[in-house]
Design a protein around this ligand. Structure first.
Ligand SMILES: [Zn+2]
Length: 242
């Protein structure tokens, strides 16, 4: 696997650092949906290189998405050409496979912006963990966002399988087995499914944050691992408390 760590990377990072405020805003800037939109053209807009800046850009993009003001950044011929020589995505999004929650759309991002890893119910396995680690450790991405969503079919299937005792077909049972420990038994019916969506995001986030290599970067302020949820009904992404 080529790390794509091209020679221009140090230059880019130096240039960007001058225009960013660093991680100082972490305490207040993490609430998705509270930040101004990033300006500038797709080829010149600043590339977030801190956890706080990455969260602000995602928040701005989701605001554009949910207010029908998408910019569809980083799709131009110039951007496509520039990306031939390497990639510098600013966030890893671990999301569900659900066709209604494509990260590039709900965060209004384009080519080279997001490294997306998707599995039903954001379930982790070695391939998912390795993919996320690659983004963080090899590409220096400052943010991992675990994105659950309203009406997640994978979570519903896991809850219903536990309640019925039925065996799910083929490899789908694996997904249910991974989600089952996160089922919120304090709730019943649809409320249980909804609460488990959040609990599952929190559990996945916590497991990622506890990975030693990632935890070291979090401790050093180079990385944030954040849980969030997308509402199908309002198109809004909001952060889930750890
Ligand atoms: Zn889902």
């Amino acid at each position: 696997m080529n790390s794509q760590a091209t020679p221009d990377r140090p230059v880019r990072r130096t240039l960007l650092r001058a225009g960013l405020t660093g991680a100082a805003a972490l305490g207040t800037g993490l609430a998705l949906g509270t930040s101004p939109a990033a300006a500038a053209s797709p080829t010149t807009r600043p590339r977030p290189d801190t956890p706080g800046a990455a969260l602000r850009e995602l928040a701005a993009g989701n605001r554009r998405w949910r207010t029908f003001r998408e910019q569809h950044p980083d799709e131009t011929p110039a951007t496509r050409q520039a990306l031939v020589s390497g990639q510098h995505p600013f966030a890893v999004i671990l999301g569900c496979i659900d066709s209604r929650v494509p990260p590039e759309l709900v965060f209004d991002q384009g080519l080279g912006d997001l490294m997306t890893v998707r599995s039903a119910g954001e379930v982790l396995d070695e391939a998912v963990l390795g993919s996320i680690a690659y983004g963080v450790l090899e590409l220096g991405i400052p943010l991992v966002l675990v994105l659950g969503h309203q009406s997640c079919g994978a979570v519903r299937a896991a809850v219903e399988a536990e309640e019925s005792g039925a065996q799910l077909p083929a490899h789908i049972q694996y997904l249910a087995d991974q989600i089952r420990p996160n089922i919120d038994h304090t709730k019943e019916g649809d409320a249980r499914i909804d609460a488990t969506i959040d609990a599952n995001v929190r559990a996945v986030r916590a497991r990622l944050a506890a990975e030693p290599d990632l935890a070291a970067k979090v401790a050093g302020g180079e990385l944030a691992v954040v849980g969030a949820r997308y509402e199908l009904s309002s198109w809004r992404v909001h952060r889930l408390a750890d």
